[in-house]
Design a protein around this ligand. Structure first.
Ligand SMILES: Cc1cc2nc3c(=O)[nH]c(=O)nc-3n(C[C@H](O)[C@H](O)[C@H](O)COP(=O)(O)OP(=O)(O)OC[C@H]3O[C@@H](n4cnc5c(N)ncnc54)[C@H](O)[C@@H]3O)c2cc1C
Length: 309
């Protein structure tokens, strides 16, 4: 609790500082700079810094001397054109840096996005806090039988209660063992003066995957959009998707024109294979799709997307 108050005070004091600059700034993003947005039960996302706005993308695309803004409408059109034609390098000129707190099993998925710069909280140097992700009851679901990946229906009350208790107990017992190995009690006082305690870098081995970690994560706008395409998608695990949802909201504040173009050309577009195109053609022309080479799942997805159910 004391630690949490200290962190809130640090955020409040840094948010009070105002500096003038010749660089482009975005008022909507300035307003939320350093502010932390709660994700899952104990995680958060907050913006630490950023470079550029929509006009910076236009400026880079035109390699211009000024701010790049001819007319707002032209900028908007150009951004749309760049994004829809995969002319990606102008988007790499913008960067954003986040401070993120997330469970280790989410971090393992997140770290696969290799085009970001990451610096993680060191559990060799510091002692981890007693913070574990415990899912909400409605997120306690069974394994889907559809594709071996993902979840199905919500578990009933009794099963949910039993498993949540098990997850909670497991986390608390693991943390107790962690502190035992460190030879410290909860206030950081040595437990047994006749023992040395195990180094932090080894003691952490007994902690489970739902332990929270923190990192600074910096990425350019082009690669951020790739990240969002993959992690905002409904195929992504709920626990990483909720972070992507918040980051997408932040992107809307930061680069509203790019956000609009991104929704239009990347998030809500459809990628069709040759076989997929043939399948849709057959449906439209009332022909049979008996020998289609696409899977049942893909067929259902396409029908749903084109409203052909
Ligand atoms: C729903 C879902 C399920 C997944 N399941 C699994 C799984 O079961 N097992 C698993 O291991 N992973 C899994 N992944 C991770 C996935 O395979 C990718 O590693 C991850 O999404 C990062 O994508 P990326 O490589 O495009 O991103 P980034 O690493 O950010 O790379 C962006 C782009 O840069 C280029 N690039 C970056 N580094 C290189 C490089 N070294 N060489 C060549 N090109 C490079 C590529 O064009 C790449 O697309 C899953 C991801 C999702 C979204």
């Amino acid at each position: 609790m004391e630690n949490r108050n200290k962190k809130s005070q640090q955020i409040a004091s840094v948010r009070k500082i105002n500096k003038s600059t010749k660089r482009v700034t975005v008022t909507k993003l300035e307003n939320i700079l350093y502010k932390s947005f709660k994700i899952l039960d104990k995680g958060f996302v907050r913006v630490i810094d950023y470079m550029g706005d929509d006009s910076s993308i236009v400026q880079a695309a035109r390699v211009s001397y000024g701010r790049g803004t001819k007319k707002l409408n032209e900028d908007k059109k150009l951004i749309n054109y760049l994004l829809s034609h995969r002319h990606s390098t102008p988007f790499e000129m913008n960067e954003i840096k986040f401070h993120i707190k997330l469970p280790i099993f989410v971090a393992r998925q997140w770290i696969r996005h290799r085009t970001a710069n990451v610096n993680e909280y060191s559990a060799r140097y510091s002692i981890l806090e007693n913070e574990f992700y415990i899912p909400n009851k409605q997120n306690m679901q069974s394994q889907t039988k559809l594709n071996n990946q993902g979840r199905d229906k919500q578990l009933d009350h009794l099963e949910t209660k039993e498993y949540l208790e098990l997850i909670n107990n497991q986390a608390n017992e693991s943390f107790e063992k962690y502190k035992y190995l460190l030879n410290e009690d909860d206030s950081g006082i040595i437990r047994n003066k006749n023992k040395n305690g195990l180094a932090r870098e080894l003691a952490r081995m007994v902690l489970p995957l739902n332990t929270y970690t923190e990192w600074y994560w910096k990425i350019d706008l082009h690669n951020l959009m790739n990240f969002l395409c993959l992690r905002f998608d409904y195929h992504a695990q709920y626990e990483i998707r909720v972070y992507a949802e918040k980051i997408l909201e932040i992107m809307k504040k930061w680069v509203p024109y790019t956000y609009e173009a991104f929704i239009l050309h990347r998030l809500e577009n459809i990628n069709l294979s040759k076989n997929g195109i043939q399948y849709i053609k057959n449906l439209i022309h009332g022909k049979e799709n008996k020998n289609t080479k696409i899977s049942r799942r893909e067929q259902d997805e396409l029908k749903e997307k084109f409203g052909l159910n």
